[in-house]
Design a protein around this ligand. Structure first.
Ligand code: KG4
Ligand code: ZN
Length: 347
């Protein structure tokens, strides 16, 4: 794994607290030993993530989770050589819990602290698999907050090709799920309903944009809303299950079509060794299948992380932090968390 400009680090602790998952991972001599994920399911009661409740839940669980991870690996805090934590994008209060904890640990143990960009964590999450991406590779990041198509040249060079101009793909899944009466997060529930529905029943629109690699999902979302309002007014007493499954299947088909369309364009225009699909929505089976078909059509190596590494997890944060450190990046303890991506993140 090491090349001449890298240095070797023993035990790496990763911490992820950007949204509604508290996660702790330990990588030892480039092997992932543990990746514990504690999900805050209670947000479904409120129809979305409540930031203040998220921060409090992270605070309650972070120390027990770190103790459990150390115990599983037969380690003590003193055995940790470097600590990495998500610095953004995410909910500021939630980020502060993990980041501040990591800084305190780094200060007390006199070890390096590495703040990690959550999206970069997802981008390189394919490297947590046995079969790894080969540079340069095209990666589609599809999460609850972001939809990004990127050309990744190395561990230090990422070029942004396109992004969403409105909703993220996961956000669209969650909003349509809400319209169909499913609780938050709704992506997996739409996928399940879609298995029983007809994807060709309703022709929902796929946005046509001037920019070749950008995405837009708000028109699709509104189109689903209008369809429901028109065909199932409140007076009619809800959507029959068969129709609901058809709406879910038709909506899912439109999202996948939009994602694959830009992915295919980029494959035609950039000569890459492999392609990758990452982020929470990468758990979607029909989307994974569409990527398999695409990789076969263009004869490209495909890396899609297993489910544990698609949603938010600390293994990807530990891995990304380790790479930054190996490539000579050093950070001060006054590093601040940030809620969103800015222009400086991907050029
Ligand atoms: O990456 P992630 O865990 O958190 C963020 O960083 O946002 O992504 C969460 C998103 C949610 O919008 C959720 O509904 C979606 O991933 N998701 C899915 C599936 N599983 C999770 N969307 C579609 N199909 C799925 N099977
Ligand atoms: Zn994420």
């Amino acid at each position: 794994m090491n090349s001449s400009n890298e240095i070797s680090v023993g035990n790496v602790l990763g911490i992820e607290t950007s949204c509604d998952e508290t996660s702790v991972a330990i990588i030892s001599n480039n092997n992932l030993l543990t990746n514990l994920i504690s999900s805050q399911h209670f947000h479904s009661l409120y129809g979305g993530v409540v930031p203040e409740l998220s921060s409090r839940a992270h605070l309650q669980i972070i120390i027990p989770l770190i103790k459990e991870a150390l115990k599983k690996c037969g380690m003590k805090l003193n055995d940790i050589n470097i600590v990495c934590a998500t610095a953004g994008p995410g909910l500021i209060g939630a980020l502060l819990v993990g980041l501040t904890f990591a800084k305190g640990l780094a200060y007390s143990l006199k070890i390096p602290f590495v703040p990690v960009n959550h999206i970069e964590g997802h981008i390189y999450s394919g490297f947590l698999m046995e079969e790894k991406p080969e540079f340069p590779f095209l990666v589609l990041v599809v999460s609850g907050g972001h939809t990004l198509l990127l050309l990744v040249h190395s561990f230090t060079e990422i070029k942004k090709l396109g992004t969403t101009v409105d909703d993220a793909a996961g956000e669209a899944f969650d909003k349509v799920a809400k319209m169909l009466g499913f609780s938050y997060p709704g992506g997996a529930k739409i996928q399940l309903a879609a298995t029983k529905g007809d994807p060709n029943k309703i022709k929902f629109p796929v946005a046509e944009l001037d920019h070749p690699y950008n995405f837009s999902f708000s028109g699709l979302k509104t189109s689903v809303l209008r369809y429901i309002q028109k065909n199932y007014p409140a007076s009619k007493g809800g959507i029959p299950e068969k129709d609901l499954n058809d709406i879910a299947a038709s909506f899912q088909k439109a999202v996948i079509k939009a994602l694959i369309k830009n992915m295919e364009k980029s494959l035609c225009n950039f000569d890459v060794k492999s392609i990758s699909l990452v982020g929470g929505v990468a758990a979607n089976d029909p989307l994974r299948k569409a990527f398999i078909d695409l990789s076969n059509k263009y004869d490209k190596k495909l890396i899609i992380p297993r489910l544990e590494f698609c949603g938010d997890n600390a293994a990807m944060i530990a891995f990304r932090g380790l790479k930054l450190y190996e490539y000579g990046k050093r950070f001060e303890l006054n590093y601040s968390p940030y809620p969103g991506l800015t222009e400086e993140h991907f050029t």
